[in-house]
Write a protein that binds this ligand. Structure first.
Ligand SMILES: CCC1=C(C)/C(=C/C2=NC(=C\c3[nH]c(/C=C4\NC(=O)[C@H](C)[C@H]4CC)c(C)c3CCC(=O)O)/C(CCC(=O)O)=C2C)NC1=O
Length: 169
């Protein structure tokens, strides 16, 4: 599993190079955003249950077929599985935000996920929507805590979304 720093070290070590200006710029931007990353992760940790619950409510309001008979989140078991999945995405997104790298998502979350979803007929579109709802909530929370540039919050959520949505080849 890699983070922004180990990833960079790995790339430079492969070719036996010292860090150049580009590497230093990247490290600088990672460390400069460190406090903001910590603050967002802290906000997620404290509010995870509420974020997941609220995102679920909004998703099922937008796509009520999911929890109607025949919907993939219909029945208590599947409803819980759906919220549990949102909770997985949120927790791993918080790790990825701290790491400043999406490797943890590839390694722990995304491997084989699309195939699993396809085999259980879990619809990708609404799942992606649920992930995006959480992202927006967290960006709002980050702005409320006084962080002005919240664009770094996008990375893990958009990465999961992109990988999930990719058409099978
Ligand atoms: C940490 C990495 C990790 C992930 C991501 C993960 C996902 C995951 N979600 C699953 C099921 C599921 N996922 C959903 C999710 C949904 N259905 C909907 O309609 C909504 C759109 C959506 C919620 C937003 C549902 C309903 C199931 C159960 C499907 C079934 O058993 O029929 C399953 C099948 C096994 C199980 O039910 O536990 C896996 C492996 N498991 C993992 O270990």
């Amino acid at each position: 599993m890699r983070d922004a720093v180990t990833n960079l070290i790995r790339n430079y070590d492969v070719s036996g190079r010292y860090f150049d200006r580009d590497a230093m710029e990247r490290l600088k931007s990672y460390f400069e955003s460190g406090t903001a990353r910590l603050a967002v992760a802290a906000a997620i940790n404290t509010n995870a249950a509420d974020i997941v619950r609220a995102a679920g409510i909004q998703l099922f309001e937008e796509v009520p077929e999911l929890i109607s008979p025949g919907g993939n989140a219909y029945t208590t078991r599947r409803y819980s599985a759906c919220l549990r999945d949102l909770d997985y995405y949120l927790r791993y997104a918080s790790y990825s935000l701290i790491a400043g790298d999406t490797d943890v998502l590839n390694e722990r979350v995304l491997q084989g996920l699309r195939e699993t979803y396809n085999s259980l007929a879990v619809p990708i579109g609404p799942t992606v929507r649920g992930i995006q709802i959480m992202k927006e909530m967290i960006k709002t929370m980050a702005l409320e805590t006084g962080i002005t540039n919240v664009s770094f919050v996008d990375e893990p959520f958009d990465h999961i979304t992109r990988e999930l949505s990719e058409v099978s080849i």
